[in-house]
Write a new protein. Structure first.
Length: 188
């Protein structure tokens, strides 16, 4: 494979446009570029999560490195409209991982506050960014083609990240912080 980037400073984006993988130039604030950027930001957040000290068995079970690879593929789908790199098999794998990670967790009776420990907090951040990436892709799908599997993939991934954050918060004797409804209300 040849070099993909031989020159970083090209000045081609100085006019407020950027190139897609199919050669078209689009505004840097277009819905497609917003979606691509949110997916890239999610991938960065997963990299930060992977840099945390994670329980090894849990990190392997969650498959974060493989998910990062798939997010790069998803970015490729967005960069080259019509390309298909995310498929039902990847969605099914996420669903299986969700089932495995959720096994043994107590049912939720309240909302979970992001936090618990640094790894769980980083996972909650990645989950929130995943939801934004999903919203940006849905916005794009209202005006341009987005592969349906990509939208489902992001939806399942945010579920996986929520379950993983719950597991990380409980790792090594930790616990989740639950929302106390109305705790912030001022007396009238």
């Amino acid at each position: 494979m040849g070099h993909r980037l031989s020159k970083i400073v090209t000045r081609t984006g100085d006019d407020g446009t950027t190139g897609l993988g199919d050669g078209r130039r689009v505004p840097k604030d277009s819905a497609r570029i917003e979606a691509m950027g949110a997916v890239d930001e999610l991938n960065c957040a997963l990299g930060e999560l992977r840099a945390q000290p994670l329980p090894q068995a849990l990190a392997q079970q969650a498959g974060l490195l493989e998910i990062q690879q798939e997010l790069f593929d998803l970015g490729g789908e967005l960069a080259v409209p019509g390309m298909v790199l995310i498929d039902e098999g990847q969605i099914e794998r996420l669903e299986e991982m969700i089932e495995q990670l959720n096994a043994g967790l107590p049912p939720l009776r309240e909302f979970v506050l992001p936090g618990g420990n640094p790894a769980a907090a980083a996972c909650h951040t990645a989950r929130a960014i995943c939801r934004r990436a999903e919203r940006r892709c849905w916005t794009l799908s209202r005006s341009e083609s987005v592969q349906p599997a990509a939208l489902r993939y992001l939806n399942r991934l945010s579920d996986l990240l929520f379950i993983l954050a719950r597991r990380l918060a409980r790792a090594e004797g930790g616990s989740e912080v639950l929302w106390r409804g109305g705790a912030g209300k001022q007396p009238t």
